[in-house]
Design a protein around this ligand. Structure first.
Ligand code: NAP
Length: 456
């Protein structure tokens, strides 16, 4: 795959980058391995100084980085600006919290002195997607750097300028060489990197096929792995929900990042008693979205990340239509240049259609009408994915009860699935395993080492 910036607004190739050779990659692993020997001995205070500087530098040039994200993958400029600020927050969260998260833990064993200490594992590989080009890298890299690991990142091939900018930021904050390394390599190189004895683990955020491939190689080589994969998040609307709020959140939840978020709300499961009202309001608001240049602050729906992405969404939607789904809104691409897709609502998507159990990475909502709460939960769980989900109800206790029965890694009441530095993020089933963010995210690539002091 070519490593290149291709503007999804025009489909024009802006800049291409040379991939690294095998020797370059081996040198990079060597550099990360050497750096680990010293980095593991650094104090939390030293690490914290670097990461605080990283956050400051991000904020100082936030506009430049935001424009880079929008240029390379097309999201609205306000979303890119939010992403940069969020990255600075994550860096600060781990800079300030790591020492406490990794403090020795005394074990109570019959009066003997035993404790757990948390030690870094070594060189890690991150394989990252394009949809949040800064955030995905920062949520993997910053906890691991604070934990004393060294990290290498193979970023998605369509966001190379972001990949370079992140590496430069880490260099500019004074981080020793080899603690953070950008690898310009195609995915075919990933197996050789994971298999290298100097590499201790791999974290992949991306699609199921990529996850399965990386997990296979990690398994074969007995390396730790974390997988953050796709989602088909249910958005359950119960009959007592505040519909104005629910509809507003439904639109927001579906079109975040032009629909290209693993935790975007994707399946709208609405109890019959409020289905007509919900659909009426939802359609009106989806219809009023304004497609346009993502650099323009008036635009409310941006293009998808690439022409290929738009073609894929078109194929998924068309396959549902061909199989008998009803188009309530959109269903096609607008007549203009760029990777755009019209806001779309489908109903009558049934279990026999491939689309039923697929993740659609675009502004396409499927709406299902169910009799009651029990049927809503059953349908929500009828998915091979299990990432996030939400339930809308006036009764928070009821929301909790429903949330506990939905098979996902995260549930949100009266709001779409969200990500926050303090909260664990991750899924079950085909959405992957392991957790990122929060105190859990820093423990994934750690040796939780027991030290038991016996009496002489
Ligand atoms: P992708 O095609 O799987 O690519 C993700 C990364 O994996 C890229 O760096 C890609 O490299 C690499 N890759 C692809 N195939 C590979 C293989 N066989 N072996 C090793 N590496 C491989 O996914 P994407 O289209 O960029 O991202 C969208 C997917 O990511 C969606 O399914 C979305 O739900 C998921 N996602 C999940 C989360 C989460 O936290 N759960 C967050 C964001 C996105 P190239 O670019 O060079 O192909």
């Amino acid at each position: 795959m070519t490593i290149a910036t291709i503007n999804p607004v025009t489909n024009e190739t802006i800049k291409t980058f040379e991939p690294m050779t095998k020797d370059d990659v081996m040198d990079a692993i060597g550099g990360a391995h050497t750096a680990f020997q010293k980095w593991r001995e650094s104090t939390f205070d030293e690490r914290k100084t670097f990461l605080q500087k990283f956050a400051n530098l991000l904020r100082a040039d936030a506009d430049e980085y935001a424009r880079m994200i929008t240029l390379e993958m097309g999201k609205r400029i306000c979303e890119s600006q939010y992403e940069i600020e969020y990255c600075a927050n994550i860096a600060e969260f781990y800079a300030n919290g790591a020492e406490a998260f990794l403090a020795d833990q005394q074990m109570n064993v019959n009066g003997a002195n035993a404790y757990l200490c948390y030690q870094p594992l070594g060189v890690l590989l991150g394989v990252m997607p394009w949809n949040f080009p800064f955030y995905q890298v920062v949520r993997f890299a910053t906890p691991n750097i604070m934990a004393g690991n060294t990290v290498m990142v193979k970023h998605a091939s369509n966001v190379p300028q972001c990949a370079v900018a992140i590496e430069e930021l880490f260099n500019d904050c004074g981080l020793p060489s080899g603690v953070y390394t950008n690898l310009f390599v195609s995915s075919e190189f990933v197996e050789a990197i994971i298999s290298d004895s100097r590499v201790q683990g791999v974290s992949l955020t991306g699609s199921e096929p990529a996850g399965a491939s990386v997990a296979t190689v990690a398994g074969k080589n007995l390396k730790r792995s974390v997988l953050e994969l796709g989602g088909n998040d249910p958005f359950i609307v119960l009959e007592d929900a505040d519909l104005d709020h629910t509809i507003e959140q439904a639109v927001k939840g579906r079109i975040v990042n032009a629909g290209q978020s693993c935790v975007a709300s994707k399946r709208f499961i609405v109890v019959k008693a409020v289905a007509d009202k919900f659909m009426d309001g939802f359609k009106k608001q989806m219809e009023s979205l304004k497609l346009g240049d993502p650099m323009d602050t008036d635009t409310t729906l941006s293009p998808l990340s690439s022409e290929d992405a738009a073609v894929t969404v078109q194929k998924q939607v068309q396959s549902a239509i061909d199989a008998g789904a009803t188009v309530v809104l959109g269903g096609d691409r607008p007549d203009c240049d760029g990777a755009y897709f019209n806001p779309t609502i489908l109903t009558n998507v049934t279990k026999d259609m491939p689309t039923f159990d697929q993740e659609i990475f675009g502004p396409v909502a499927t709406v299902y009408v169910v009799e009651d709460e029990a049927e809503a939960i059953k349908l929500a769980n009828d998915s091979s994915y299990g990432l996030g989900g939400s339930v809308f109800t006036a009764d928070v206790e009821r929301g909790r009860r429903v949330s506990e029965q939905v098979e996902t890694g995260m549930m949100f009441i009266n709001q779409p699935t969200q990500s926050q530095a303090e909260l664990p993020f991750g899924g079950i089933k085909n959405s992957g395993y392991g957790r990122e963010l929060s105190h859990l995210g820093i423990l994934e690539f750690i040796n939780e080492k027991l030290i038991h002091c016996g009496s002489k």
